[in-house]
Design a protein around this ligand. Structure first.
Ligand SMILES: [Zn+2]
Length: 242
């Protein structure tokens, strides 16, 4: 009996000690301090890249008063040069490889704004995703143009849509119907340029047009730009004549 009492006492004591150790109420700060991380240095410790993506993404959402939830994630271990939006949970993913090509906040905003635009279409429901799946290219153009609007409203320079796209976009051989999911980058760049020219012309005189990446594109698109601008001038003259 005495033995049983001693064993019982010891087991209750051990139980008490271990409960004390595991159930000690700690605040979030204490847990973080244990790892050398506080709420003040969390981004520095865990990743300035995540912080930047969240800040630029949040600025786009807030300044455009986006009425739906979108969240941003950096896929750290994935070095493909890409970003994506997901129907299933509206996550915008930036793959680590892409960040190596981003030179400023405006270029990051261009990428995030394009993906936010895809998410806004996803919010229209599953039927819309089917329509998008069969019209991939036109929805890419649409996301670029909506993205440019989002950028300007949030105070970013839309020329960055051209510089980042020129850096990362491939020039596919096949560009026919369903043979490619994305339009040829040269076509996409031209459409984006035309949109900026018509809607936000002042940015085409901004310092960002001095970027080497903008110039390399201009060198390849000079003739198309001249033709487009000539057409626009003729159209304006016709309007004046009427
Ligand atoms: Zn896209």
């Amino acid at each position: 009996m005495k033995k049983i009492s001693v064993i019982l006492f010891i087991s209750i004591f051990i139980n008490f000690i271990s409960n004390e150790a595991f159930c000690k109420i700690v605040t979030q700060d204490e847990v973080f301090i244990d790892n050398g991380i506080t709420t003040d240095n969390i981004w520095k410790k865990l990743g300035t890249r995540e912080e930047k993506i969240n800040l630029v993404g949040s600025r786009l959402l807030n300044e455009n008063k986006i009425p739906k939830r979108v969240f941003f994630k950096l896929e750290k271990g994935n070095y493909i040069v890409n970003a994506s939006a997901r129907y299933i949970d509206k996550q915008v993913t930036v793959y680590a490889g892409l960040l190596n090509y981003v030179d400023n906040d405006d270029e990051l905003a261009a990428i995030l704004a394009h993906e936010i635009a895809h998410d806004m279409d996803f919010y229209k429901g599953f039927g819309q995703t089917i329509v998008m799946a069969f019209n991939k290219k036109s929805y890419e153009y649409k996301a670029d143009l909506a993205g440019i609007d989002y950028m300007v409203k949030a105070g970013y320079n839309p020329v960055a849509m051209l510089t980042i796209m020129n850096k990362i976009g491939g020039e596919s051989v096949l560009d026919w119907r369903l043979s490619a999911s994305h339009p040829k980058t040269s076509k996409r760049l031209m459409k984006d340029y035309e949109y900026i020219y018509k809607k936000y012309p002042k940015y085409l005189k901004s310092d960002m047009t001095k970027s080497v990446y903008y110039k390399t594109w201009i060198n390849t698109a000079e003739k198309d730009i001249q033709k487009f601008e000539q057409r626009e001038k003729e159209r304006a003259l016709k309007r004046e004549a009427i």
